[in-house]
Design a protein around this ligand. Sequence first.
Ligand SMILES: C=C(O[C@H]1C=CC=C(C(=O)O)[C@@H]1O)C(=O)O
Ligand SMILES: [Mg+2]
Length: 466
Amino acid sequence: MVTIQETELKERGLLAVSSARRLGRPILMSEVHKMDTIDPLSFFNSGSERYLGERFYWKDPSEEVVIIGLGLSKQIQSDQVTDRFFHVEEEWKKFLQDSLIFNPYKENGLGPVMFGGFSFDPLKTKTTLWSKYADSLFHIPKYMLTIVENQTFLTTNIVCTPNDDFTLFEKVIKERVQLLTSLEQDFDCKPAKLIATKEISPLQWKQSVDELVKDLKDGSLKKVVLARELRLIFDNQVKAEVILENLYNQQRDSFLFVFESNGDCFIGATPERLVKKQGNDVFSTCLAGSIKRGKTEFEDEILGQTLLNDQKNLIEHGFVVEMIKEALAESCEEIILPEKPQLMKIRDIQHLYTPVIGKCQKDASLLLLVERLHPTPALGGLPKQEAVEKIRQIEELDRGFYAAPLGWVDYRGNGEFAVSIRSGLIQGMEASLFAGCGVVSNSDSESEYMETSLKFSPMLRALGGK
Ligand SMILES: C=C(O[C@H]1C=CC=C(C(=O)O)[C@@H]1O)C(=O)O
Ligand SMILES: [Mg+2]
């Protein structure tokens, strides 16, 4: 195991304390160490007692970047409705101001990173379902494991106040040693058993699709995504560690995320990137239009070809391409995308997929791109504002963080946000799963209902219900 120079942390910490005294406010000290290989799931599990409720996990589909955070060195949260993206950005900049960052590496996702996201619609009346998540919520962890380009790094973040002294650093050193030595311990946990599932108002949901279709036929709205909920009851507390490991084994081609807050846990395996930023390179994804997987290779191929040629799905997809192109054009000089959609095949479902690449202007921050893109018509509809209002009006579900941007930004401004679909909220011995579908003027409520049922599958399987 790599041993970390402990005297260094004390020296760096004391520098931050003297800075804090000089400026009369807390100052962040962040240091990055390169480590021997650490298994990311063990790192997440090692926080199951001490950092329970203060953990996050992130992995992109190709595992280019895996980030796990334990503990909280800072929380950025607000229920502010207007300018919420800008507000988070300002808070983030304020937090980083005058910070001491000891990071000799160039890789992304190291040093101070904030992880979190935004609710789908801050104007929707909040129910108790999402009471543990503020509309804007980001965590900057105490300890963070990053695996990037097959290298392992540990970031330690300490907020130093004018009143701190070396005892703070002794405490951190002890904590960090404990954390790293606990990694070898086995995590043994009996999975909670699913004892009941309850679809929330399926008939009413189908009816609202029928009514919406009528509106779409003669109004200015072109597309609206409607979602519904499946509530699950278990015989015991559902452990995020167990579900994450299942998702890792069952849905490795997706973005996997866990975001704990105040005792609840938002978790999912989404195939959909909202936006990734690396320097001036921007990557986004249009993902909309769905069909099931075939039972045989032949059937799967036929289904895929059917989807690629299906007018309803092509229209549903086309609205997303149109909007993402426009949204990125505001901040990007060049936008490259294929003319026709391809197929994205994941375990339970296949989608129409169009990747988009752009070169953004220097002043375009990742959060600004998130603001411009959210919600794309894969989650909201077209026109954007009108569709969000319609959803607010007719959808029974309180979406909270479902179908919303979730991801990370590092102190250099690089990062990635996914759209948090194929997800669920764990609340003790219960959980809610969420699934939606793009309704257009020639949608059929029964097939949209079946499509949403299919979209519950990944989370349902991970929770032992399939
Ligand atoms: C809103 C969801 O999926 C979106 C992403 C891909 C395909 C979709 C569709 O075909 O309707 C949806 O737009 C969801 O999974 O809850
Ligand atoms: Mg669809």
